[in-house]
Design a protein around this ligand. Structure first.
Ligand code: MUC
Ligand code: MG
Length: 373
């Protein structure tokens, strides 16, 4: 392999409308902002990455405009001129020179892996040890903000077969109203359809004890991040107390969070996300910790567009035990896309593009159309 160095890193902010408002406990999304990373190498190869969050600053402490600025001002000067093929060394250097900024690091590592895969003629999953599957189960989140609309949406999706599992987002309203909303949807879809409820940190520990008991009685299959992400002990207590599995999402950010949670039994399931983890390699480290601790895995999303979704799919496809499937439906929440070929979703699964690299290409006309001016 000839050496190739990084010549230029370009970041583009793209705003894409959502197909309907998406209601979460901390934000209502009407569009999604994606920071695309284009990493150009001296051998003519371009790697793609994506930095995306949810609802500006309401999900995490990185935000689109800041992520662009961080890459342009701090990260690009550190990487330009360096060998593009030594990905672990570059990421270690970034870890040393740039504190935090996990979402940005994930985007950069994705672009490096995409470029390296293209260079070697293999997929990103192959670079990460090889895929155990070429498709992944994908659920859909019902979050229109209206119970009847959610039921209609679920019924349409069950009928056309695109999804067979759902996630509901609560925590914005009074807990009794939220629980009645969940129970009505569960009753309408029936006992065979699995439902996860994501509270996105909105409940106190005592409210969670009452609320989860009711959700468990309503037949809910999985409870996601009911309490504030910093309350690891509370998550461990809830995990011990309830029969229904409790999933850590916001709490399990870094590899070290995964270790600390695993040590005290904070969650019986981990929601893995490349953005929170700071990249694809860290997902495999978190998965190893979970495996050692007997914690189940779920493939999460930061509601990324196609680049981030495909990057997540490549690493998730290397995990032999993804017991709870994935929520990699981000591109379906958007009215349009910026790649030449959209991901295929059918019969409750997505097909993973097979590379080289991520196996996707930007449609520059579409990028131009949605690019923030
Ligand atoms: C989250 O917290 O899980 C994932 C799916 C969805 O609808 O929102 C995200 C965020
Ligand atoms: Mg969540």
């Amino acid at each position: 392999m000839k050496d190739a160095h990084i010549e230029k890193i370009e970041t583009i902010v793209v705003d894409l409308p959502t197909i309907r408002p998406h209601h979460l406990s901390m934000a209502v999304m009407r569009n999604q902002t994606i920071v695309i990373v284009r990493l150009f190498c001296s051998d003519g190869i371009e790697g793609l990455g994506e930095a995306t969050t949810i609802g500006g600053l309401s999900y995490g402490d990185e935000f689109p405009e800041g992520m662009k600025f961080t890459i342009d001002t701090y990260i690009a000067p550190l990487l330009i001129g360096k060998s593009a093929t030594c990905i672990n060394a570059l990421m270690a250097e970034l870890e040393y020179q740039v504190k935090g900024n996990q979402f940005v690091k994930s985007a950069i590592e994705t672009a490096l892996l995409d470029a390296q895969g293209k260079r070697l003629g293999v997929s990103v999953a192959t670079l990460l040890g090889g895929a155990v599957t070429q498709t992944l189960p994908v659920l859909w989140t019902l979050a229109s903000g209206d119970t009847e609309k959610d039921i209609q949406e679920a019924q349409e999706l069950l009928e056309n077969g695109r999804h067979n599992t759902f996630k509901l987002k609560i925590g914005r309203k009074d807990s009794n109203l939220d629980i009645a909303h969940v129970a009505a949807i569960k009753k309408a879809v029936g006992p065979d359809v699995k439902i996860t409820v994501d509270i996105n940190q909105a409940w106190s520990e005592s409210l969670a004890k009452q609320g989860i008991a009711k959700l468990q009685d309503a037949g809910i299959d999985l409870i996601e991040q009911p309490i504030i992400k910093t309350n690891f002990d509370g998550l461990a207590k809830l995990t011990q107390y309830f029969r229904v599995p409790i999933m850590a999402d916001e709490a399990v950010g870094t590899v070290s969070d995964a270790f600390k949670l695993a040590k005290i039994g904070g969650g019986s399931v981990f929601a893995l996300k490349i953005s929170k983890a700071g990249g694809l390699n860290n997902i495999q480290k978190q998965a190893a910790i979970a495996q050692g601790a007997g914690i189940s895995l779920y493939g999460g999303t930061m509601l990324e567009g196609t680049i981030g979704t495909v990057a997540s799919a490549h690493v998730f496809s290397t995990l032999p035990h993804l017991e709870w499937g994935t929520e990699l439906f981000g591109p379906l929440l958007l009215t349009d896309d910026i790649v030449t070929k959209r991901i295929r979703y059918e019969n409750g699964v997505m097909e993973i593009p097979q590379g080289p690299g991520l196996g996707i290409e930007l449609d520059m006309n579409q990028v131009e159309k949605y690019k923030r001016k």
